[in-house]
Design a binder for this molecule. Structure first.
Ligand code: FAD
Length: 497
């Protein structure tokens, strides 16, 4: 690449998004690009964000980060899925686990056999056939040589510590960090592209490709380039979170808890050294004082700080890439952490940028339109999955939940629901993030029971289905029971007494 076309990245913001971007660019572009990251110690980061999905392995493997080093540096624990308590109705819970549920036979998907078994009265709960669910219920976890089974997992982590770890990684690989407050964004008069960031103290940071990671402020994409915000509040009405760490609770669960509340939900995320807690709610249905009281009354350990309110609007910038500026993280948009997708969306955004990066800057326009199209689809499919949790509730008589059931659905979700209601089928579209097993667990967990099943499942003798299901469920229970407790496994992995 000639010097004229050399990419000069300027990353504005050093939260989780900024440092994931910096580390990934440094790892994969090496000396082919210069990378500068600007962050302000005075402004700080949002300071929340603790649960992930299994795709985080792609990031860690891609960067070559050792798992034990990562666990140590971020106080991480293992996550097998999310327990949704009270989301369908009071007193009922289910786990949306990672990995597969059951095992199909030939071309017959497991869910179809289960549906037929259910009609015959020989099937247990859908989750009974998931090894991850069995391990979560047993509080056990193991991977590698200590395990005779293969669990699908992600992590709970301290996102601030994770960003620090990535900062060290990026700086070792040549990323230049500049501390300072961005006070103005300078644009090229002819193209409208961003030319430079002006910092307090009359400093100027020039570049040719800018990554906006300035959090909810969206200083570059939303501010300087004035890309409008697409508001999704009518689909996902929660708009406030209260976050608060506590001492660890009595159980060190290998899964996230999501507990439905009268106007939203509460999270519990166990880390090695503490538990992350939060209450996401809709301010039209509950005031912040009541939300705080409810959170304080429902934590398991001693609070380590006061609940901190964070206001948000669900939605995204209409374009994720405009001119020569790509936004990642909160600067691109926000969806509540119900399925722990934000850190993943940063990862997939930066991977997408790298995959589409043109050799010549004159080709930005093509890459940009592809980037925007693919990002929009990815975000919309995640949005649909989140909406599903809310609309399919049976908490009749509770104002917030009644409101959610009446939400007019996006067509894309209506189509999925219609297909599933008919025969439990699911069609994955355009690389969407959540797969059949995820949708199936949440649909069934929320009480959406298909009317029938695929004719494929009729081609199995009815008397074989009960024993088949029983042996699968038993195998899940037995294998999970043989695993060590979650905490013991982490201690062993980290060489702790
Ligand atoms: P921030 O952390 O806000 O960082 C912004 C950066 O920009 C900072 O470095 C700041 O100093 C800098 N900056 C801003 N303005 C200026 C300026 N003028 N000059 C210089 N620098 C500036 N994600 C998950 O994956 N899982 C979760 O469980 C999860 N839970 C969440 C819970 C809540 C309540 C919220 C709000 C978010 C949650 N997220 C979660 C999302 C996650 O926290 C964020 O996606 C992630 O931390 C990325 O944040 P960020 O880097 O975009 O923004």
């Amino acid at each position: 690449m000639s010097d004229a076309s050399r990419l000069e990245f300027v990353i504005a913001g050093g939260g989780t998004a900024g440092w994931i971007a910096a580390a990934t660019l440094a790892r994969f572009l090496g000396d082919c690009a210069s990378i500068t990251l600007v962050e302000s110690d005075d402004i700080g980061t949002v300071g929340v964000g603790e649960a992930t999905i299994p795709q985080i392995h792609n990031l860690l493997i891609g960067l070559g980060i050792d798992q034990a080093d990562f666990l140590r540096a971020t106080n991480a624990s293992f996550k097998l899925g999310i327990e949704f308590d009270g989301w369908r109705r009071h007193g009922e819970s289910y786990i949306h686990s990672f990995g597969s549920v059951g095992r199909g036979v030939g071309l017959i998907p497991f869910r179809q056999l289960w549906l037929r078994g259910r009609a015959l009265g020989v099937a247990g709960d859908y989750g009974d056939y998931s090894l991850n669910v069995a391990a979560a219920r047993a509080g056990s976890f193991a991977i590698g040589e200590a395990a005779s089974v293969e669990l699908a997992y992600a992590y709970h982590l301290d996102a601030t510590l994770f960003a620090q770890m990535l900062r060290g990684y990026a700086e070792e690989r040549g990323v230049r960090r500049v501390e300072g407050k961005i006070v103005a964004v300078e644009r090229d008069g002819a193209s409208g592209d961003i030319a430079a960031l002006q910092l307090e103290g009359e400093r100027r940071i020039a570049g040719n490709l800018f990554i906006d990671c300035t959090g909810f402020r969206s200083l570059l994409l939303g501010g300087a380039l004035e890309v409008p915000f697409t508001d999704w509040t009518h689909w996902l009405p929660c708009d406030t979170a209260l976050a608060m760490p506590t001492e660890s609770g009595p159980q060190f669960r290998p899964y996230t808890q999501s507990l439905a509340r009268p106007a939203g939900w509460q999270w519990r995320i166990p880390l090695q050294h503490r538990t992350g807690n939060g209450h996401v709610f809709c301010s039209a249905f509950m005031d912040v004082d009541s939300a705080r009281d409810l959170l304080l009354a429902n934590v398991e350990g001693k609070p380590l700080a006061d609940p901190r309110p964070i206001r948000f609007t669900t939605g995204h910038r209409r374009e994720y890439w405009s001119h020569n500026c790509v936004a990642l993280g909160l600067a691109a948009g926000f969806m509540e952490p119900l399925e722990s997708t934000s850190i993943h969306l940063v990862q997939s955004g930066i991977s997408r940028l790298l995959n589409l990066l043109p050799r010549d800057r004159a080709d930005f326009a093509t890459a940009r339109s592809q980037f925007n199209r693919l990002s929009t689809t990815e975000w919309e499919r995640v949005r649909d999955f989140l909406i599903l949790h809310y609309v399919a509730n049976e908490r009749v008589g509770e104002a917030f939940w009644d409101h959610c059931r009446a939400i007019e659905l996006p067509d894309t979700l209506t189509e999925k629901l219609d297909l599933f209601r008919d025969s439990g089928l699911f069609v994955r579209e355009e690389d969407e993030l959540f797969l059949d097993d995820s949708w199936g667990q949440v649909m069934i967990g929320q009480g959406i029971m298909p009317r029938g099943w695929s004719p494929l499942a009729d081609n199995v003798p009815g008397e074989d289905i009960g024993p088949f299901l029983d042996s699968l469920a038993k195998s899940c229970r037995t294998r999970a029971a043989a695993l060590p407790p979650h905490g013991a496994f982490i201690a062993r992995m980290l060489g702790q007494p």
